[in-house]
Design a binder for this molecule. Structure first.
Ligand code: NAP
Length: 499
């Protein structure tokens, strides 16, 4: 019969009273187990341990990590673990590396107390799959459950761990295999599907002893084998992205069992491996992979073909379809301004975003579209590709090329933390002109400030980001996107990112 993965909230607090309160709260909120990190407790006494055991009972997991395995302090580890086994904890967790000489006595203590033994090992550095396999085998043989956590340097590495876990599940071993760190989150998200016995969780967003742990509420949302909507953002870097908060808020609001993870990948090969993982349902793709992803797909929709770039992939039964939602996102953002028909538009930049914007403006009936770029040849090439719908002009000729009623910045100029240089002369901006700056961090860019001072109307890139994300959500789920929830989550994430 398939394993039911138990959820286990890890409490690392220094006082027994606090552990009891937080542990009870986690159990009330649906956790199956609470792991107490005894090495975090200050001044632990036998009555203190008994209080913990009485409060948590068979839901309690007693762990005393040694410093070499990431623990907080030395102490009479064996004594405490044996005592925990005899006082009613459901599980005790010991270490292969430190405790293997004491395993048989621990096992006897555990049996006598009807406590189960988890034998674990933590690789703080990435290790070979062969040594992880042999360590997990040893841990499984020595305990009721074998557990290995391993520092995970890349997403590709995490995918190898998934394969290893599946092999253990096929052999009906009772195990936990965790990829530690941000690249390993996928091993946690798919804990049930790969047959892990226990899912270790953070109680709340800000707390946690192991990087990459999901929170209890995230896990409660997606829990259940099969039918999970695992999505994420592929790019390099992706740590700054607000899409993670925005898409997860959308899953939460719609009650779907979906999760959106950041996947920082280093190469096309790594991206290909991720797209081949059968349980990934869809991804967004950002720089520098928007074009590189295309050869990996079975098909692209018309917008992606037109833009020559893909920012959304949906995967059904192994078939990968590429979409470009930037154009729709831009159009929905533009429509929200109710400008009426655009007469003369100036597009700054000649990359993928500019291409999607030009296609939308031309479809919307813009009378004239001019495109300018730091590298003039790219602007000319883009204009040619736009089949006469756009004309290239050099940056130096922009003043004379006006007036414009719409200006769209499709370059990263103005992005937080990057050097700023004014690309456009001030006289481009005046009352009656609308500037849409695709940069969304900061929410008001320096170009927007300059334009507003001259009486122009301005919009930052956040609305487009929300709208393109909403369209991705609709593609993956077939459900209407909760736009307001997504907008609020994106704004909040942006505020937090800015500090
Ligand atoms: P891309 O394909 O890499 O194109 C970048 C464009 O910006 C090129 O035209 C490049 O000029 C120009 N550029 C880059 N650095 C510059 C600088 N220092 N000075 C002047 N021009 C510079 O990127 P993309 O996908 O089109 O994205 C462009 C921007 O739009 C990015 O900031 C992206 O985050 C933003 N964007 C926002 C949304 C949204 O939803 N808000 C959606 C898509 C994109 P060269 O040709 O001379 O290199």
């Amino acid at each position: 019969m398939a394993t039911r993965t138990r959820s286990c909230v890890v409490i690392a607090a220094s006082r027994v009273r606090e552990v009891v309160a937080r542990g009870r709260s986690a159990l009330r909120r649906g956790a199956d187990l609470v792991e107490v990190r005894l090495d975090f407790l200050r001044g632990l006494t036998p009555p203190g341990l008994d209080r913990l055991a009485a409060a948590l009972g068979r839901h309690g997991v007693a762990t005393f990590r040694s410093p070499s395995q990431g623990g907080q302090r030395r102490g009479r580890r064996m004594e405490w673990l044996r005592r925990a086994a005899g006082s009613g904890f459901g599980f005790i967790d010991c270490e292969w590396a430190t405790d293997r000489g004491d395993l048989s006595s621990l096992r006897s203590a555990a049996r006598a107390g009807r406590t189960r033994l988890i034998v674990s090992h933590h690789f703080s550095q990435p290790s070979s799959i062969a040594s992880i396999r042999s360590m997990l085998t040893r841990c499984c043989e020595a305990g009721d459950i074998g557990k290995v956590a391993v520092a995970t340097p890349t997403v590709a590495w995490a995918l190898k761990l998934l394969s290893l876990a599946r092999a253990f599940a096929r052999e009906r071993k009772k195990f936990v295999l965790i990829g530690v760190g941000e690249h390993g989150v996928i091993t946690r998200a798919l804990a049930e599907e790969i047959g892990c016995e226990i899912q270790y969780l953070r109680p709340e967003r800000s707390e946690g002893v192991a990087p990459g742990q999901l929170t209890l509420s995230e896990w409660s949302r997606i829990r259940g084998r099969g039918g999970k909507i695992l999505t994420g953002l592929i790019g390099r870097p992706v740590g700054h992205s607000v899409s993670v908060a925005m898409q997860n808020a959308a899953f939460e609001a719609t009650g779907l069992r979906g999760l959106y993870l950041p996947f920082e990948v280093k190469s096309r090969r790594e991206m290909a491996a991720l797209l081949d993982e059968p349980l990934v349902r869809g991804v967004n793709v950002t720089m520098p992979f928007k074009e590189l992803v295309i050869p990996l797909l079975d098909r692209c929709d018309a917008a992606a073909v037109e833009a020559g770039a893909v920012n959304t992939v949906a995967i059904r039964r192994g078939r990968k379809v590429g979409y470009n939602t930037d154009g729709v996102g831009f159009r929905r953002a533009l429509d929200s301004l109710r400008l009426g028909r655009v007469e003369r538009a100036l597009i700054v930049g000649a990359g993928g975003a500019a291409r999607a914007v030009i296609a939308q403006l031309s479809r919307g009936g813009a009378r004239e579209i001019l495109v300018t770029n730091r590298t003039p040849s790219r602007a000319r090439r883009l204009a040619r590709r736009a089949d006469g719908r756009a004309k290239a002009i050099p940056l130096s000729a922009v003043s004379a090329g006006g007036p414009f009623d719409l200006v769209v910045n499709c370059t990263p100029m103005g992005t937080q933390g990057r050097p700023y240089r004014e690309l456009l002369p001030l006289r481009v901006f005046r009352s009656g002109v609308t500037l849409i700056d695709l940069v969304y961090n900061p929410s008001v860019t320096r170009t927007m400030e300059r334009a507003a001072r001259r009486g122009a109307r301005t919009m930052g890139g956040l609305e487009m980001l929300v709208q393109q994300g909403a369209r991705s959500f609709e593609i993956w789920t077939g459900r209407d996107a909760p736009i307001r929830v997504m907008r609020n989550a994106a704004r909040r994430a942006l505020r937090e990112a800015v500090g």
